[in-house]
Design a protein around this ligand. Structure first.
Ligand code: ATP
Length: 198
């Protein structure tokens, strides 16, 4: 069997990271037989119109969500880059870094698949990575025919209704979010009063 590394790229705003992110990351590791999964917090998520929590907090929370899970790592390149966070730039940077023989997977949820044709130069991006998609409960727009034509691997994930939007809303009302985010992330949110009154 080939020993070439299989690397998953898992981008997101992670504002905050929640338990569906963790479950999706685990499911991707096993379904795609990944050697590594890089969690990539977006620096400036160009498709989000609301105010995003400071990068240092999102980075700290992703680190807490990663914990000691084997193969998982935080990738900071989008936090270090100025300008909009385009996944194509990220993939080019990481592939240049290597290893050259690696196989690369772009891990996304179904909502992102529905908007994939709006991503910056998405067809160039998809030349470089294999798409891996997990289902997400919700009603998503029909796929663009160009996206429908793409080969994608399925990442089996039981339906998980979690969203960062829901976590932020509950935290802002002072509700208990412990069932929605990893315990260290819940503690971090409380300590730093993130989302309070927001
Ligand atoms: P927000 O509610 O702020 O839009 P989010 O919960 O969608 O945030 P992101 O950080 O934008 O979180 O998501 C990162 C990645 O994780 C995306 O590819 C997204 O599709 C996927 N994802 C997030 N939540 C789920 C879920 N419940 N089921 C499947 N995939 C998910």
């Amino acid at each position: 069997m080939s020993t070439a590394p299989r690397i998953g790229l898992f981008g997101g705003t992670f504002d905050p990271p929640h338990l569906a992110h963790v479950a999706l990351a685990r499911a991707a590791m096993s379904a795609l037989a990944l050697s590594r999964l890089l969690w990539i917090p977006a620096g400036q998520p160009w498709q989000k119109t609301r105010v995003i929590t400071a990068a240092e907090h999102r980075e700290a929370m992703v680190n807490l969500a990663i914990g000691n899970e084997p193969g998982w790592a935080l990738e900071r390149c989008e936090l270090q880059r100025s300008g909009p966070s385009y996944m194509l730039d990220t993939v080019q940077t990481l592939q240049q870094r290597g290893p050259a023989e690696a196989t690369w997977f772009l891990v996304i949820g179904e909502d992102q698949l529905a908007g994939l044709h709006t991503w910056h130069r998405f067809e160039d991006l998809l030349q470089r990575v294999t798409l891996a998609v997990a289902g997400r409960p919700g009603h998503w727009p029909a796929l663009d025919p160009r996206v429908q034509a793409l080969a994608a691997q399925a990442v089996p994930l039981p339906p998980m209704p979690h969203s960062a939007t829901q976590v932020r809303a509950m935290a802002s009302r002072g509700e208990d979010i412990s069932g929605l985010v990893p315990a260290p992330v819940a503690r971090y949110i409380a300590q730093h009063r993130l989302y309070a009154g927001g």
